[in-house]
Design a binder for this molecule. Structure first.
Ligand code: FES
Length: 114
């Protein structure tokens, strides 16, 4: 089994510190979170009951879910406060000249049999 990875470049020049931006890439709903000069990308879906995290609020590295007030750390998606108990998915991000490059895992595929 292998997972194909797509990469997309996104201009984040208008994303201010403490800001959130939802976007959809390759059928995945992502949320960009800017903390100081760092950008993190997580799934725009709460691991508790699937609320759109893009409607939440960012406090430092902690994102508060709009539905039940659970908190998670946007650096690795890990739960910080109940009722969130599972980590949210995250996406690898790196800075490039045009903004950021995001890695998006596509559907898993079976390895080809020679
Ligand atoms: S849906 Fe996010 S804490 Fe419940």
């Amino acid at each position: 089994m292998s997972t194909e990875i797509a990469t997309e470049i996104v201009d984040v020049s208008d994303l201010e510190a403490g800001g959130l931006r939802a976007l959809e890439l390759h059928g995945r709903k992502l949320l960009l979170c800017r903390v100081a000069d760092e950008i993190y990308a997580i799934e725009d879906r709460c691991p508790h009951a699937e609320a759109p995290l893009s409607r939440g609020q960012l406090f430092g590295h902690e994102l508060v879910c709009p539905f039940h007030g659970g908190r998670l750390d946007v650096r690795d998606g890990s739960p910080v406060e109940a009722p969130i108990r599972r980590a949210a998915g995250t996406f690898a991000v790196r800075r490039v000249a045009q903004g950021i490059e995001i890695e998006i895992p596509l559907a898993e595929r079976k390895a080809e049999i020679p």
